[in-house]
Design a protein. Structure first.
Length: 493
C-alpha cells in the first residue's frame, strides 16, 4: 500500500511500458504509450475497513471494474471496464494491492489479477483480469506505479473530484515521479534479513567481479554495448564499479569499464523465448532499468530487476552459450544459472583516527585483478594463497570426455564428420548422463543415442557406459522429433 499512500492519483505502467488508460467512450480500458494524457491518470480511493484495498477512478469519473463478461468466448480473461459506483456491486471495483519487488499486482474480487495483454490482435493493448497460467505471461500482471500530483492540497482535490474530472490539466513533467517504496523504517526492512544479507556482498565495495555458475565472469564487450561471459577474470572488462541508489537500502547499479550501466532491457534475446537482453547503456535519466536488487542464496547472490527477473548466465548451445539475459528460471536445470559469486576487487578506503598506522594497507584493484579464481565463501576478502596449486595449471578433470551433437527432426546431424561439443562425465549411468546433458544444453526430455557402426542408424542408450573412461561420441534427439516417435513405435523407449 505504500505505493498509493502519498498520492491523490497514480499512473499504472504495464510490462510492455504502456499505460493503463480510460477510453473516451467511458466504458472501455486499454494500454497506451501516451502517459502524459489525462486518460492515464487514476484517482486513488482507499476502501474503508479493508486494509490494502483501493478503488481507481478514471478521468471520466467512473471506476475501474473487474466485470464477469469474458473478453473472448472460450478464453479465460474477463473484461475490465469503467462503471459508475453502485451499492451492491461496489466489490467489483475494489482492488487489493500486492507488492512484488519494485512493482505491484492488483487482485480483483474473484482472485484474478489486472493484466496488460501483449501478443497479436485482438489481444494486443487490451486489459483483462485473469490468472497468469503460462510462465510466459507471469509479468503481464505486474505494474509500475507512478505518483501523479494533481493538486496542491487535499481541499482543492475534494472540491474538484465532484466536478467534471475531464477538465483536469495534465501535470507538468516535474510533478510526475516514479514511486519508490519508503524502505527506511518500513516493516519490510525491519522483518527481512534476506535483503540486508544480500547487500552485505557489496558492503564497502568500490568494484567487483561477478562469476557465474559456469565459472565464467560477467564481461563488458568492447563494442560498449554487449554483455557476455568469459573465463578471463583478469581482464579490465570483468570489473564493475558499484554504485548505491539513493533512497534504497539494498539496490545497486553496476558500471562497466566503459562508463556504461548494466541494463535490463525489454528487448527479447530471441523471438519466441522468455529471456530479455542485458546490455551496457548510458541512459539520459537514471531509471530503474539499471537498478539491481542483491538477494542472497547461500554463499552467492541473485541480482533481481524491477521486472522480477534475475540476471542469468546462460549455458547450452549457441546462441545461448556465454550469453547473459534477465529471466525467471522456471526449470530445475537452470535454477543455478541466476546465481553469482561476488569477488571484491576494490574497496572504499575509510580513514579512521583509531587506525593503526603500522597495519598493512588494504588491497586495491591492481593487486586483486589477477587473483586466483576462488569462490567467495564469505562477505570478506579471500586471502591471497601462496600455494602453487591455486595458480598452476588447472587440475586434470576426472572422468570421460563425451562429444555430442544435436540431431535434426529426421535424425540427421550437420557436419557429420565433426566431433561437435564436449563435456566431461564422471558417472556411468544413462539417466545421470541425460540429466547432465539437460543441464548443459538447457533442453528438456532429450534422448541420448549412439549410432550403429553397422548401418549408421541411431539407437537410444539403454545400458550403463563402459567401466573404462574411454572417449565417446553420442547424438542428442529431441523428444518431439520424428525420430523420437519412431523410437516409440519400435518400442525402444
Amino acid at each position: 500500500m505504500e505505493f498509493f499512500e502519498k498520492s491523490n492519483a497514480v499512473k499504472l505502467r504495464s510490462h510492455l511500458d504502456k499505460y493503463l488508460v480510460a477510453d473516451d467512450d467511458q466504458v472501455e480500458t486499454r494500454q497506451s504509450r501516451n502517459g502524459s494524457s489525462r486518460r492515464a491518470q487514476w484517482v486513488v480511493e482507499v476502501v474503508e475497513g479493508k486494509e490494502g484495498h483501493v478503488r481507481l477512478k478514471s478521468c471520466n469519473g467512473r471506476y475501474l471494474t473487474a466485470s464477469a463478461t469474458p473478453f473472448l468466448l472460450g478464453m479465460t480473461g474477463n473484461r475490465v471496464v469503467q462503471e459508475d459506483f453502485e451499492l451492491g456491486s461496489e466489490w467489483t471495483q475494489q482492488w487489493e494491492v500486492i507488492r512484488e519487488g519494485f512493482q505491484v499486482k492488483l487482485r480483483s474480487w474473484c482472485g484474478t489479477y489486472l493484466r496488460g495483454n501483449g501478443g497479436m490482435p485482438p489481444w494486443r493493448n487490451t486489459i483483462t483480469h485473469d490468472e497468469p497460467y503460462s510462465s510466459a505471461t507471469q509479468n503481464w500482471v505486474l505494474w509500475d506505479v507512478e505518483n501523479v500530483k494533481l493538486f496542491e492540497d487535499l481541499d482543492s482535490f475534494s472540491s474538484s473530484v465532484s466536478g467534471d474530472l475531464c477538465l483536469w490539466e495534465p501535470p507538468s513533467p516535474a510533478s510526475v515521479i516514479s514511486v519508490k517504496p519508503p524502505l527506511k523504517n518500513s516493516k519490510l526492512q525491519r522483518n527481512s534479513n534476506k535483503f540486508m544479507s544480500g547487500k552485505d556482498f557489496f558492503m564497502n565495495a568500490k568494484a567487483v567481479r561477478l562469476r557465474s555458475n559456469h565459472d565464467k565472469y560477467l564481461l563488458a564487450e568492447e563494442d560498449e554495448e554487449s554483455v557476455t561471459q568469459d573465463r578471463n577474470g583478469s581482464s579490465k572488462n570483468a570489473r564493475w564499479v558499484v554504485e548505491t541508489v539513493p533512497g534504497y537500502d539494498f539496490v545497486i547499479r553496476l558500471k562497466s569499464c566503459y562508463g556504461k550501466y548494466l541494463t535490463a532491457t525489454n528487448h527479447p534475446f530471441l523471438l519466441g523465448v522468455t529471456g530479455r537482453k542485458v546490455l551496457q547503456t548510458q541512459p539520459e535519466r537514471l531509471d530503474s532499468s539499471i537498478e539491481w536488487e542483491p538477494i542472497t542464496d547461500g554463499s552467492r547472490v541473485k541480482l533481481k530487476t524491477r521486472y522480477g527477473n534475475f540476471l542469468r548466465a546462460n549455458g547450452g548451445l549457441p546462441p545461448w552459450r556465454n550469453s547473459v539475459t534477465h529471466d525467471i528460471p522456471h526449470r530445475t536445470a537452470t535454477q543455478d544459472w541466476v546465481l553469482w559469486d561476488v569477488d571484491v576487487v576494490e574497496i572504499h578506503v575509510q580513514s579512521s583516527p583509531d587506525q593503526n598506522p603500522s597495519a598493512p594497507p588494504l588491497p586495491h584493484s591492481d593487486s586483486l585483478n589477477c587473483e586466483p579464481h576462488t569462490k567467495s565463501k564469505s562477505f570478506k576478502f579471500s586471502r591471497q594463497e601462496s600455494s602453487d596449486s591455486s595458480v598452476s595449471s588447472p587440475r586434470k578433470a576426472e572422468g570421460r570426455i563425451i562429444y555430442y551433437q544435436v540431431a535434426e527432426d529426421d535424425g540427421s546431424v550437420e557436419d557429420e564428420g565433426m566431433q561437435g561439443y564436449s563435456l566431461v562425465f564422471k558417472g556411468s549411468g544413462v539417466e545421470e548422463l541425460t540429466r547432465k546433458f539437460e543441464e548443459e544444453t538447457g533442453l528438456e526430455g532429450i534422448i541420448v543415442c549412439c549410432r550403429s557402426p553397422l548401418n549408421g542408424k541411431l539407437y537410444p542408450l539403454r545400458l550403463d557406459l563402459p567401466p573404462n573412461n574411454v572417449t565417446m561420441q553420442v547424438v542428442l534427439v529431441l523428444p518431439a522429433s520424428t525420430v523420437a516417435r519412431e523410437f516409440e513405435q519400435q518400442g525402444l523407449l
